[in-house]
Write a protein that binds this ligand. Structure first.
Ligand code: ACO
Length: 323
């Protein structure tokens, strides 16, 4: 049986760090409020010349290096983003060009904060369906460019960055016997559109627009939706919370992460949390967190890893894999 096995991960963050203290000079807020309500202490903000595609390409290069591969070895690039460099062409095609790659194909996936989970699920389907051998999956965002910097209820939450992961077809033999993506579950429900959306777009206003959010409403739904889809993953894989080595959630805020882990019975020591340093980087948050956990030695070959996310739409989903 063909499985999609992780071959390497990489990350890229903008140069500029914006701390909560600096945020106090931009809007009427305090470090204490932000830390207490969200766990966020700082975020990275893209500067001149830094874009979703440039950050995505840097993360991709880091993942290729970690995997001991070059762009020539990649068949498909899938980029999850809601903040593309341009309405078209796709940011994935821009990244493909930046990597000096003119073979294969590249496209974007748009599922807001669930984007990386959607992209991994898509890559896994390509690999298991025999359509690709190696897929470069990227989550890249510059949410700072769609934030209303006068709205204190949203601007303190988000940051920019990119992460990448290479998935490779493996026959499920030898050392790879039980590695790879085990289950994937995706959900969406457009009835929740008004709770988290961007108030512009090419077909409506002809503008880029700004992010709008009913924070309490998002919070109210988040834990239930996340735990629901994870319980489906447990059922499909015949696993329980006790089998999970690492929960790597979308990093929206500490209270949602802790609430979900608690409800599932996953101890907080097994949860990878980076929201304090990165803020909410939407589709980039999971691969950024994976890169941190690989770099610091927590995440090792053979570990059972659960990825989950929930975001605008609403969209939500979970991927269970053996690293
Ligand atoms: N600084 C100081 N005060 C603030 C700030 C701020 N940055 N923002 C809001 N407040 C004030 C409000 O005005 C309000 O004041 P009032 O009581 O005088 O009216 C008070 O703080 C409480 O506001 P609430 O919105 O009720 O605060 P809450 O405890 O709900 O926390 C938060 C807000 C952090 C946004 C919370 O609702 C939340 O975490 N929601 C989930 C949002 C999220 O994570 N979204 C992303 C997930 S999906 C995705 O990633 C795209």
């Amino acid at each position: 049986m063909i499985r999609s096995v992780v071959r390497g991960v990489g990350a890229s963050l903008p140069k500029r760090v914006l701390t909560n203290r600096e945020m106090e000079t931009i809007v009427d807020t305090t470090d204490e409020w932000i830390v207490q309500r969200t766990g966020i202490e700082q975020r990275y903000i893209a500067g001149e010349g830094e874009t979703t595609a440039s950050l995505g390409a840097e993360a991709a290069e880091a993942a290729l290096k970690a995997a001991g591969l070059t762009a020539a070895d990649i068949d498909v690039i899938i980029c999850a983003t809601s903040t593309p460099d341009n309405t078209f062409p796709a940011t994935a095609v821009n990244i493909q060009n930046r990597l000096g790659m003119s073979h294969g194909f590249a496209f974007d996936v748009q599922a807001v904060c669930s984007g990386f989970v959607y992209a991994v699920t898509t890559a896994d389907a390509y690999i298991r369906g025999g359509l690709a051998k190696r897929v470069l999956v990227i989550g890249a965002e510059t949410f700072s460019r769609i934030i209303d910097w006068k709205d204190r209820t949203t601007c303190v939450l988000f940051g920019d960055g990119a992460g990448a992961m290479i998935l490779e077809a493996a026959e499920g033999e030898g050392t790879n016997a039980d590695r790879g993506v085990l289950t994937a579950h995706l959900r969406s429900d457009g009835a929740h559109r008004e709770k988290l959306y961007v108030d512009g777009g090419p077909s409506t206003t002809g503008t880029v627009g700004h992010l709008r959010m009913e924070g309490r409403e998002v919070f109210k739904h988040a834990v239930g939706m996340i735990t629901d889809v994870i319980e489906q993953s447990f059922e499909a894989s015949h696993m329980t919370a006790a089998d999970i080595d690492w929960l790597v959630p979308h990093q929206a805020n500490r209270r949602i992460i802790d609430g979900s882990a608690k409800k599932l019975g996953i101890p907080l020591e097994k949860v990878v949390v980076t929201v304090q340093n990165h803020g909410n980087t939407s589709a980039a948050s999971i691969p950024l967190a994976l890169s941190v956990a690989v770099a610091d030695g927590r995440l090792k070959k053979g570990d059972v890893v659960l990825l989950e996310a929930m975001g605008g739409g609403f969209t939500w989903g979970a991927v269970l894999l053996r690293w």
